[in-house]
Design a protein around this ligand. Structure first.
Ligand code: ATP
Ligand code: MG
Length: 391
């Protein structure tokens, strides 16, 4: 009898060297954490991969896949059968059963790809492939062999036990979450910043979100949207800490004290400073934004320069070189886009300049800010009064 298992492949190139042990342990921990709520699972190491076993009975492949696929650092998952009986007869029988169950009577081409790393097994890889291929061919008239470009490849791996699978489902790649230090992401309810946050998380950065909320100018709906986006990101990262920073007073202060066409730049600078203070508190090493060069008035090179000048930490802008459509495509794939485009009443038009300055000069911006004697206090107050939501 064969047992259903999930074979999990991870990115080997990124995991060479000293970090490998750490990375694999982290992957195992994450897989366990994700699967814990749905049953009794066990994760076993096998050279170059992990094998998920269901200790509670027959595995529900779809349920396990849904929990394992979003984990960063994996390259593919394969619903597989594990055969304890180390004989060619057992392989034949299970391979035939599998092909029949998965592909039925559909007209298809196939090939068998065998790999024997267990030299105790008497047949070689080529022999196993030919034998199993012939066995299936004799019993399934709907199947024909095509070794160059088959519709289906049936993999047979003879290790300390035998594994059979014919589906390799690609996952997101990246690095194990948390293996690249921490970053604080400026998370708005827009399309871009959730994608930026996800992209850095995918590279192994432990991410936290900071949302600047200005009630009543930004609505509760807007806040809820950010919370829902944060929840979606948490599906990938396992957990997510969101700061909701009250920015109304600061925003009104800027409105009264800076030229209207420069309001956005001053506001963004204040956001960066507040985010950096939170990052220092939480021992993060970087900030993350959804800025994309040239997308809006404040994202010209001069705008980014003037905004960036307040930060000491590196600011990661994974979307800098991407087109809107490329960003939307990723947002759609990861399930943030539908949340981002949710309509809501936004009544903060008083803060939006009709003709924002497109090429701000840093020395002018700095000269204006020198006179804003209450700015530091406003930023400190906003950070101190942040609401923390753990997702
Ligand atoms: P997004 O689609 O992410 O909202 P955007 O295209 O609207 O971005 P901007 O408004 O210029 O662009 O914002 C640039 C970046 O500044 C955002 O991607 C985000 O990282 C940050 N940001 C803007 N507004 C907020 C906010 N209210 N709270 C937190 N971060 C913000
Ligand atoms: Mg926005």
């Amino acid at each position: 009898m064969a047992e259903k298992v999930m074979l999990v492949k991870y990115g080997e190139i990124a995991m060479r060297g000293d970090n490998q042990f750490l990375f694999i342990n982290r992957l195992i921990k994450t897989i366990r954490r994700n699967l814990d709520p749905i049953g009794d699972f066990y994760v076993v190491r096998d050279p170059g991969r992990l094998i998920v076993e269901d200790r509670g009975g027959e595995m529900d492949y779809d349920a396990v896949m849904a929990k394992v696929m979003p984990i960063f650092g994996l390259v593919a998952v394969c619903p597989a059968l594990r055969i304890a009986d180390m004989t060619i007869e057992a392989i034949r029988a299970e391979a035939y059963q599998h092909m029949k169950a998965v592909y039925g009577d559909r007209q298809m081409t196939f090939k068998v790809s065998a790999r024997r790393s267990n030299k105790g097994f008497s047949m070689g890889s080529m022999e196993i492939a030919a034998d199993v291929g012939e066995y299936i061919l004799d019993r399934m008239p709907n199947m024909t062999v095509d070794v160059k470009n088959p519709d289906v490849t049936l993999y047979v791996e003879v290790r300390n036990r035998i594994y059979l699978y014919s589906q390799i489902i690609k996952t997101y790649g990246g690095l194990p979450y948390g293996s690249s230090g921490k970053g604080v992401s400026l998370l708005s309810g827009g399309i871009d910043s959730p994608v930026a946050t996800w992209m850095m998380a995918k590279r192994g950065v432990e991410v936290e979100g900071v949302y600047f909320h200005s009630p009543p100018y930004t609505s509760e709906w807007a806040k809820q949207k950010v919370i829902d986006l944060a929840k979606r990101i948490a599906d990938f990262t396992g957990e997510f800490k969101l700061y909701v920073v009250p920015f109304t007073d600061l925003q009104l202060y800027l409105l009264d004290n800076v030229p209207h066409d420069k309001l956005t730049i001053h506001l963004k600078r204040a956001m960066m400073r507040a985010a950096e203070q939170i990052a220092v508190q939480d021992e993060a090493w970087s900030l993350i934004t959804g800025e994309s060069v040239g997308q809006v008035a404040s994202q010209t090179m001069q705008g980014i320069y003037a905004i960036n000048a307040v930060c000491n930490m590196p600011v990661l802008r994974p979307l800098a070189g991407m087109d809107k459509q490329e960003i939307i495509d990723i947002g759609t794939k990861i399930g943030t886009y539908d949340i981002s485009i949710r309509p809501y009443e936004d009544c903060c038009t008083i803060f939006v300049a009709k003709h924002p300055q497109i090429k701000p000069r840093l020395h002018v911006i700095e000269r204006i800010e020198k006179k804003l004697t209450n700015l530091d206090q406003h930023i400190a107050d906003a950070v101190a009064n942040a609401e923390i939501i753990e997702l």
